[in-house]
Ligand binder design. Structure first.
Ligand SMILES: [Zn+2]
Length: 171
């Protein structure tokens, strides 16, 4: 994916829309251990950026899914990414003092410094956050199940342990 860098100066003329989509490989690399092995992932979306006073409001619409492992049965399990997210960038203050109010509203706040914003890490945050602490393929998942009616103990015939049958233990 091309870098999701935005020059703040570009926003002076009005809101801007930026499309993004992650390749299968990018998703796999970012998800690391979270991803189910050899599974499919697909994430794309569009961001709208708007300068409001000194801040930059980012609204994201995203679609797609990532595939993680069910934490009970290990089956590949699709997790939909959030359809909508929003955050606001404000310029990083030179120093924080007790007057600096960060949690004024529910909107997620991020800082930028300089004249460029890299949006990619913020999109990743929302992709990763969509994965539940305990992903389940189904609420009723019973975990790894063994075939019913079959003996769990393997038959000794034709097995390397077959000779064990002939051992006689004498006292
Ligand atoms: Zn499961």
């Amino acid at each position: 994916m091309k870098p999701l860098l935005v020059h703040i100066g570009e926003l002076a003329a009005g809101p801007r829309e930026i499309e993004f989509s992650f390749t299968e490989q990018e998703l796999e690399e970012h998800l690391e251990d979270l991803a189910a092995p050899r599974a499919f992932h697909r994430v794309k979306g569009i961001l709208t950026l708007e300068q409001i006073a000194g801040a930059i409001e980012v609204t994201g619409h995203m679609e797609g899914f990532i595939t993680v492992q069910c934490s009970r049965c290990l089956k590949p399990t699709r997790v939909d990414v959030p359809e909508f997210f929003q955050f606001i960038f404000i310029e990083e203050p030179d120093h924080f003092d007790s007057e600096t109010e960060l949690s004024g509203n529910d909107l997620e706040t991020a800082f930028f410094h300089g004249d460029t914003i890299d949006l990619e890490p913020h999109i990743w945050d929302h992709v990763i956050l969509s994965v539940p602490m305990v992903p389940l393929c189904d609420e009723a998942c019973e975990g790894i199940t063994y075939p019913k009616g079959k003996e769990l103990r393997a038959p000794l015939e034709n097995s390397p342990w077959e000779a064990l049958k002939n051992i006689k233990i004498t006292k």
